[in-house]
Design a protein around this ligand. Sequence first.
Ligand SMILES: C[S@@+](CC[C@H](N)C(=O)[O-])C[C@H]1O[C@@H](n2cnc3c(N)ncnc32)[C@H](O)[C@@H]1O
Length: 357
Amino acid sequence: MTVQHDTRTRPELAAALRESVYLPTMTLGAYQRRIAEAGPLLPSLLDFERPGADAALRALADTVTEFDSDGTGRGDSYRRAQRTTMVRWTGMRQILRLASPPASSHAGTVLDVLGGDGTIARAVSRAADATLGHMSVLTGDVSGTMVERALEQGLPAVRQSADFLFLRDGAVDATLLAYGTHHIAPRDRPAAVAEAVRVTRAGGRVLLHDFDESSPMARFFTEVVHPCSTAGHDYRHFSRPSLTALFDGAGIPASVHDLYDPLTVTADSEERARQDMCDHLRDMYGIRAFFDGHEDIRDAWNSLVRYFDHTDYLAATRLRDPESVPSAPVIRRRGNRYVAEVPRVALLAVGRTPPRT
Ligand SMILES: C[S@@+](CC[C@H](N)C(=O)[O-])C[C@H]1O[C@@H](n2cnc3c(N)ncnc32)[C@H](O)[C@@H]1O
């Protein structure tokens, strides 16, 4: 095979890249001008001329994902569900606290590699949680539509694939692969973790969140989301040994935790809380067909109670206080409000990047 070497000078290459399609309505040059308007920080973290960037940009231009729109899968309905931003805050808060340990004077910049249209960034700013200090979240995503929607909300965002990031070495204080890591193909996972390590400063944290293959959540994906959603859900989840091996392979040993990561919805009545939770699940997972297959909301809720029954799974986890969490979906009265809670237990690997030599 003949290898064609790029004979363009660096300025010629940069000029050509600026003309390339980057987001659905923006070239790379237009994107760079747009993020520069918000200040110099984000542009200073990015390098679109790093070796391989040209090929990565071409691959992105050809990439269509199920998260772009409902036409390609469940993008529009997923984003509609995330308008109620705090549904997963219990888990997100714990993840973010582990991304910035108490000893840090400030939380710094966290790259959310599978950030969608900025759910975690919005949740952090809405929660105004003092323990998260001055944390700022940089949203990444492979879907151009997701990134454009994040930018439209005034959030810093970058389109890139987890296995090839446009960030400079050591650009961020922590990197998070969460809420969808199973979407990264198993063959690309070592590169994704290696990239997370590369872009995280020395002594910073790399976190990977997903569900165990044996968890009720993985079963729900296989038995409900896969047959009921337009794009299906044929993805491999994780296990403790596979997480340990991924981090060992990237040269940073990780501790693997069980994380209580429920879905929580609050409403004025029990009926409303049940309905809102079902609507959220329908939109988030694109599973209208599942709900259409039930007589009514109570019937669907009873199915969810069976799918999300964590009794056996909880007994096998190392959660610090398993008795404090519900073993199946519940609706509880809190003051004059009603809280619907769907339990989920995730795996969370946390590694610390070594000092640079
Ligand atoms: C389940 S959504 C989660 C979005 C957001 N974190 C949230 O919690 O709402 C998963 C996201 O990962 C993105 N994604 C999938 N594969 C990716 C990859 N290889 N690199 C970067 N993003 C990816 C999808 O486009 C999608 O927006």
